[in-house]
Structures are given as structure tokens and as C-alpha cells.
Design a protein around this ligand. Structure first.
Ligand code: SF4
Ligand code: SF4
Ligand code: SF4
Length: 248
């Protein structure tokens, strides 16, 4: 039986997620044994006309990105967004909180007209995305789970409960008790409450849960005497796109 063909692509991001994919020291040979990589800029020169699965990192932030992602979508049977930039716009979404012309001027100065730009977008704002590997960077464990399901022809299951659920199951002390602002109540789990398990607050890298209870979040902050403005600023770090039209 022919192995599934896989391609890997990147758009606007730091390439940290992609590097994490290349860093599978123990599993890389197994992965290579089960699929044929047919296109991957960081690892090979070949180009392909079609692929069974495309893993795509980064947000879309220039006009040529739009053309390229549409081409990838046409060639891919399954498209997987990898990392918070691709899934929800991620840190690049901060660009959208300022007037776009000012952003261009700040970065490119008087040459700004040579560099056409767009507000940063998640892949799903432009094309259909089939599955998401969340996080900044994506974790190898989650990538492997989704990768294995797809190679076996199964549908990966995406967690949709909040980070708080995993945090409670791990019996962590809530960092609100230490006076920290934590975005766990509105952030999608799946990371096993990684940051609170190390005594740190969650910064929301996996994006919001479906229908985040932002009012409830405000109540938690008020009850703990913490700043709502500071919480909104933190939410913008990875979720600026999702907050458009929601933030007061
Ligand atoms: S999600 Fe984070 S690690 Fe991945 S490309 Fe974006 S900024 Fe880099
Ligand atoms: S530390 Fe954060 S994730 Fe854990 S229970 Fe408290 S608010 Fe929720
Ligand atoms: S706890 Fe929050 S910030 Fe940390 S990895 Fe999980 S979702 Fe990301």
C-alpha cells in the first residue's frame, strides 16, 4: 500500500513549530517510515503537485500569502494548522491592534510602500482548515497524536475544555491565590496545564475555548482584586484576532 504523502509549509512565524517537527530525535525514523515527505523547505529541495496531508505553520500577513495558501489548499487532501500563529493568528495578531500604516512605517521606514502588508490572519480566515495542532510552540506530543491518527485514517479529537480542568486534575495550587492573572479559565486545554503545573500563569497560547466566558473571567479578576485591563492586554498576546469586536 502506498504511504501517505506529506508536505510542510511556513508563513509568518518564527519557525519554532517547524523546528520542533525536525527535532523528533527518537521518533523521526518511525515517522519517515510511515509517510513520504514530498515537500518541506527546511529539509529538502523537492516540490510536489499534490499531497495527502499539508502541515502549515504561521499566519497570513501579505497578499502573496493569500495566493500561496489557496494553492496549498487546492493541492492538499487534509490541511493541518500548526501552532498558534496558524491556528488563531498568534503573536502576529498584535500587529492588528495598531493602524496598519503606522506598523509598516515603524518596520520599514520610508521604504514602507515596497512591502505590501495585510492584517495578520489565521489560516482558517482564508481557507478551510481540517485540524489544528495548538500552542506556541506546538508540542511534539500533540503533533504525534494528530499525525498518528491521520496516518491511521482516524479523525483526531481536539480538546475543547479549559486549561483549568487539567490544572484541577493535576491538583495544582491555583496561581490566583498567589496574586497572578491566569488565562486558564478561557484557554483551550490539551497542554496538561503546562504553565500552572510549574507555578506559572497561563498566557493563552492555545487560543480560547469555544465561547469563552469573558464576563466570568472579569468576575474572577474582580474577586481577586486584579486588573481587568492587564488581563485584556495578556489576552491580546495570542488572541488579538479573536478579541476584535469583543474587547470593551
Ligand atoms: S506558534 Fe509560536 S513557535 Fe510557532 S511559529 Fe508561531 S511564534 Fe513561532
Ligand atoms: S492556575 Fe490557572 S489554570 Fe489553574 S485553576 Fe487557577 S486559573 Fe485555572
Ligand atoms: S498553560 Fe496556557 S500558556 Fe501554557 S502551554 Fe498551556 S495554553 Fe499555553
Amino acid at each position: 500500500m502506498a504511504k501517505p504523502t506529506v508536505a510542510v509549509f511556513d508563513f509568518t512565524g518564527c519557525e519554532g513549530c517547524e523546528l520542533n517537527q525536525l527535532n523528533f530525535e527518537n521518533q523521526l525514523l518511525d515517522i519517515i517510515g510511515h509517510v513520504d515527505f514530498v515537500e518541506w523547505r527546511e529539509a529538502m529541495d523537492d516540490k510536489a503537485d499534490s499531497y495527502d496531508i499539508a502541515f502549515v505553520e504561521g499566519s497570513l500577513s501579505t497578499p502573496d500569502c493569500i495566493e500561496r495558501i489557496n494553492k496549498i489548499r487546492r493541492k492538499a487532501k487534509i490541511l493541518v494548522a500548526v501552532g498558534s500563529c496558524a491556528v488563531q493568528g498568534g503573536v502576529n495578531g498584535l500587529k492588528n491592534t495598531q493602524p496598519i500604516d503606522e506598523v509598516r512605517e515603524e518596520v520599514y521606514g520610508e521604504d514602507k510602500y515596497l512591502f505590501p502588508t495585510l492584517p495578520a490572519m489565521a489560516l482558517s480566515e482564508v481557507v478551510k482548515v481540517d485540524f489544528n495542532v495548538r500552542g506556541c510552540p506546538m508540542t511534539q506530543i500533540e503533533f504525534l497524536k494528530i499525525f498518528t491518527s491521520l496516518v491511521m485514517g482516524k479523525k483526531p479529537i481536539e480538546p475543547n475544555s479549559a486549561v483549568c480542568v487539567e490544572c484541577k486534575l493535576n491538583e495544582n495550587e491555583c496561581v490566583y491565590e498567589k496574586g497572578m492573572i491566569c488565562l486558564g479559565p478561557v484557554t483551550r486545554g490539551g497542554c496538561d496545564a503546562h504553565c500552572p503545573s510549574f507555578g506559572q500563569y497561563c498566557t493563552g497560547c492555545r487560543g480560547f475555548v469555544p465561547e469563552p466566558n469573558l464576563k466570568g473571567m472579569e468576575e474572577i479578576l474582580t474577586n481577586h482584586g486584579l486588573s481587568i485591563d492587564e488581563a485584556w492586554k495578556r489576552m491580546e498576546l495570542y488572541n488579538a484576532n479573536a478579541l476584535e469586536g469583543v474587547k470593551p
